[in-house]
Design a protein around this ligand. Structure first.
Ligand code: ATP
Length: 616
């Protein structure tokens, strides 16, 4: 369909078109222009369709340039006013023999401009085995990303609430379907709900690893205290940087524990370090007794490196029991966290198809510590595999999603973190060893520019903060000014995608997701609905003689009612559990579930009881 004409061209890469003012078109929509190019292979002129994208769109009153007419004048002539609709079009290229080529000639002035057919656009974005994350924002044409583009890392950037996590979950779904192995660094436990919904996607294993005893997880992440350095331990415990004596006491206890482990092979950890400090508190004699127990080590140490740490500990105990007492308090705090142990959790135990590291419940220092420890181990395991080195080998490439990346990789000048070092190593060398980053942040200006610019592909959603826009502009050479200007105008769930994961920069609408995540917007009508839990629990008890298990209630909360009705003394309820329809019939106080059977205490029955309350 013809919508306008080319009226000005400056280069082969863009032109200005005047469009039919009666016909509304959308920003980012695709157009074609008939064009003639020289085919270098055959040396002949060929007729091609030049594809372009509308990147700027505005309307003007005809021939009234800067001196805009007064309101009253416009009011009089408004129905007769001549209006022009102008579009700036970025030329994307033309497809010849299945290849996208760039024109060497600008299109001719006066050439008709047509709206591109969906098939022409689909041809442009065709990717074999792509990651189908959405559609074009302007058309019903699927957009799939090139899986190999992930090898150059990816940044997902957007203002809060614009759909970053939603997009990341969709990307996780697509990657899992292609067999990828994924680790998610999750500071708020938002991705934990993926585990309960993973069955909707297929037979994948999801593991949730927690760092706080009080939070959700299948197992705890443990760090061997003696595998890390004492300064870092003190930081994780929250010892102030200037508290030199306390840090020294921790250092002495750590050094002694390390010697004992080396010499005896005993599993010593935080408990042993605490024992050393307790003993020091009790005085020199007590310390002497402890040292006697490990006499061999002391002798060896004496010969090799003076009587450290024996005499140093003794001296500290004599002069500054207060520092030892404080060090002990900090170590107790560390043991309460439960993260530190005599041995680090083996990677083989941690990893599933997707592993979610739930960092909720611990302070930023501990989060930083855990992330750097884990990322370094994952990276080393890939290096071991690729180089055939000793140590644990990770046989498959991994994709590491880092939510709230500004916490872990802030600009060096702003704040120093341990995880920065680990992440920047993956950013610069991960490509060679099959460790790829997906950096997610709402504050790109607060993420180290070196790390962001290593992410050659970017998914940029709505951004309003000018500083963040500037950071995005600096980190992306590919982001055209027009896209940058339009970022605040993107709707929730829309994104500009650029870099090696797409053939051309494109604006997409992210598709619906299958997996659940926490932290999405709360539906207030549901949240503030009258709570029926107590009534349902009572009915459940009456039927099954026990209270409803929390896991059943949780699964039920994710189901949707399709339909419910009363038929005589029966209540018939149809539910949607993921993509499966389930019928539950409640008759004479006894439930029958089409999936789980008769009288089974399943989550479908729980949901049906909830719904039945309103039918009764
Ligand atoms: N593609 C989409 N389709 C439909 N709704 C969406 C889409 N993306 C986001 N939303 C809506 O926007 C809300 C916020 O999205 P999301 O949780 O991904 O935000 P976010 O950018 O991760 O925010 P935060 O930085 O606060 O974590 C979602 O709860 C959902 O209602």
């Amino acid at each position: 369909m013809r919508i306008g004409y080319v009226v000005a061209t400056a280069t082969p890469f863009e032109f200005v078109a005047t469009l039919d003012p009666e016909r509304p078109v959308s920003l980012y929509d695709y157009v074609v222009v008939d064009h003639v190019e020289l085919d270098n292979a055959s040396g002949e002129l060929v007729n091609v369709s030049l594809l372009g994208q509308i990147v700027k769109l505005y309307r003007d009153p005809y021939s009234v340039k800067r001196d805009l007419p007064l309101y009253t004048v416009i009011q009089e002539v408004s129905s007769n006013i001549l209006e022009v609709q102008i579009a700036k079009v970025k030329v994307l290229g033309y497809v010849l023999n299945g290849e996208l080529r760039q024109p060497k000639q600008p299109p001719r002035i006066g050439s008709p401009v047509y709206l591109a057919e969906n098939e022409q656009i689909a041809e442009l974005f065709k990717v074999e085995n792509g990651l189908c994350v959405g559609k074009l924002a302007s058309r019903d044409v699927a957009v799939c990303l090139d899986i190999n583009g992930i090898r150059r890392h990816l940044a997902v950037i957007a203002a809060t609430g614009s759909g970053k996590t939603w997009f990341s979950v969709v990307l996780i779904e697509e990657l899992l379907r292609r067999g990828a192995k994924i680790v998610v660094i999750d500071p708020h436990g938002e991705y934990v709900a993926i585990k309960d919904s993973i069955h909707r996607l297929g037979p994948f294993t999801a593991r949730v690893v927690k760092v706080s005893k009080h939070h959700v997880g299948d197992l705890m992440y443990k760090i061997g205290v003696l595998d890390s350095d004492p300064e870092a331990l003190a930081n994780a415990a929250g010892v102030p940087p200037g508290a030199k004596k306390i840090r020294y006491a921790i250092y002495l206890a750590w050094s002694y524990a390390k010697k004992v482990r080396k010499a005896t092979g005993e599993k010593v950890g935080l408990a042993f370090m605490k024992r050393v400090l307790y003993t020091a508190m009790r005085g020199e004699n007590a310390l002497q007794k402890l040292f006697q127990q490990y006499k061999g080590i002391n002798d060896g140490a004496h010969k090799a490196e003076g009587d450290f740490p024996l005499s140093d500990l003794k001296q500290l105990a004599a002069k500054d029991r207060h520092a030892i007492f404080s060090a002990l308090t900090y170590l107790k705090k560390l043991s309460r966290l439960g993260v530190f142990s005599s041995r680090s959790t083996p990677l083989s135990k941690l990893l599933g198809d997707i592993t979610i590291i739930n960092l909720a419940g611990v302070n930023e220092e501990v989060q930083d510590y855990v992330v750097s420890h884990l990322v370094n181990r994952l990276f080393q395991a890939r290096v071991n595999h690729v180089r055939g080195l000793k140590g644990y080998q990770l046989p498959w490439p991994i994709v590491l999603f880092v939510e709230e990346a500004h916490r872990f990789a802030p600009p060096k000048a702003l704040r120093k973190t341990r995880s920065y070092e680990a992440l920047s190593r993956v950013a610069s060398e991960g490509r060679k060893f099959g460790a790829y980053l997906v950096i997610i942040s709402q504050r790109p200006s607060k993420v180290d520019p070196d790390i962001i610019s290593q992410c050659q592909s970017q998914v940029i959603m709505r951004i309003v903060n000018p500083k963040d826009q500037e950071a995005v502009r600096e980190s992306s050479e590919l982001l055209a000014q027009e896209f940058l200007e339009n970022l605040p105008g993107l709707d929730v769930g829309e994104a500009v995608v650029l870099g090696p994961i797409v053939k051309l920069p494109v604006v997409i609408k992210v598709r619906d997701r299958v997996l659940e995540y926490g932290g999405s917007d709360i539906d207030l009508t549901t949240a503030w609905k009258v709570d029926k839990t107590a009534d349902v629990a009572q009915m459940w008890r009456r039927i099954f003689n026990s209270p409803p298990p929390p896991s059943v209630m949780l699964s039920a909360s994710r189901m949707r009612l399709l339909h419910k009705k009363r038929e005589g003394n029966k209540i018939v309820i149809k539910l949607l559990d993921g993509d499966r329809e389930v019928d539950v019939v409640i008759e004479g106080g006894s439930p029958r579930c089409s999936v789980c059977g008769v009288g089974k205490p399943c989550s479908h029955v729980y949901k049906a009881l909830e719904e039945a309350l309103e039918v009764v």
